[in-house]
Design a protein around this ligand. Structure first.
Ligand code: MF3
Ligand code: CO
Length: 258
């Protein structure tokens, strides 16, 4: 069952989303060779606490951390750890923020120091695919229009879309109906109506789309060890078009060192 949200409820989710966007902004400044994803995870937990928010992922189905931190061939649900990130790595940081019972969910991928042209292309294509999906998130369109926009672009660029993880409705619960596939057929799937709040969160691999789960029981990795990236926003379907609740006000990917 899809739970539609009122404008007041969407406004509450936007407050959570604003905090989440600001966390990603801070992370973008922290990412450099030598930092660990464990440090980032501890920073996020403290940052949220100081703002009266909590990390919804921690304890969700016994997941042990505030964030997921997925490095290189890890697709998603990577465990933050005390291992230094190296120049040339890519890392996706995903989290769900709870503010006064309302949630927002956003993942972003970061390059560590100077990265290869191929890694940069992966980040660019994955982020663009997210925004192509968001563009389709309007009243009257169907979920298949979102999936098709993402998949067709990614595949034209020579990469693949992960099939085992999907976007989702979100509100007071992290995962609500509907499932939002990042592949599909135009004109198919549930129709989008005003008041739906969903995530779109494409995971894109440079190689094969298939995944395998690591020994920790959580972390998904590419079977062929190719690189994987993810960008995710939470957005509301409104009569004026998609309203991205986790949008960053500035381009955090091009900022200068301070
Ligand atoms: N943020 C993830 C999502 O989009 C959830 C991660 S699973 C968790 O669905 F257990 F770590 F929370
Ligand atoms: Co999500």
């Amino acid at each position: 069952m899809i739970i539609l949200k009122t404008p007041e409820q969407i406004e509450k989710m936007k407050k959570a989303g604003e905090i989440l966007a600001s966390v990603h902004r801070e992370i973008s400044k922290m990412i450099k060779p030598g930092i660990t994803t464990g440090e980032i995870d501890r920073f996020v937990e403290k940052y949220l606490k100081e703002r009266g928010a909590t990390p919804e992922q921690k304890g969700y189905q016994d997941y042990p951390f505030a964030t997921c931190a997925s490095v290189n061939d890890e697709i998603c649900h990577g465990f933050p750890r005390d291992e230094k990130l190296k120049e040339g790595d890519i890392v996706s940081i995903d989290m769900v923020v709870n503010l006064d019972g309302w949630l927002a969910d956003s993942a972003w991928s970061y390059g560590v120091g100077k990265i290869s042209d191929k890694s940069q292309k992966l980040l660019d294509v994955t982020k663009k695919s997210l925004y192509l999906g968001i563009e389709q998130a309007k009243v009257g369109n169907r979920l298949g229009d979102i999936g098709y926009a993402i998949q067709s672009f990614v595949e034209e660029e020579g990469f693949s879309v992960v099939k085992d993880f999907v976007g989702h409705g979100i509100g007071k619960d992290m995962h609500e109906d509907p499932q939002v596939l990042h592949y599909g057929t135009p004109g198919r799937g549930a129709r989008l109506v005003e008041g739906m709040v969903i995530t779109i969160e494409p995971m894109v691999n440079t190689g094969d789309y298939r995944m395998t789960i690591a020994e920790n029981g959580w972390t998904a990795k590419t079977v062929d060890k190719s690189l994987s990236a993810q960008y995710e926003h939470t957005l509301a379907i409104t009569k004026d078009g998609p309203l991205v609740l986790t949008e960053q006000n500035e381009d955090i990917d091009t900022q200068k060192e301070e």
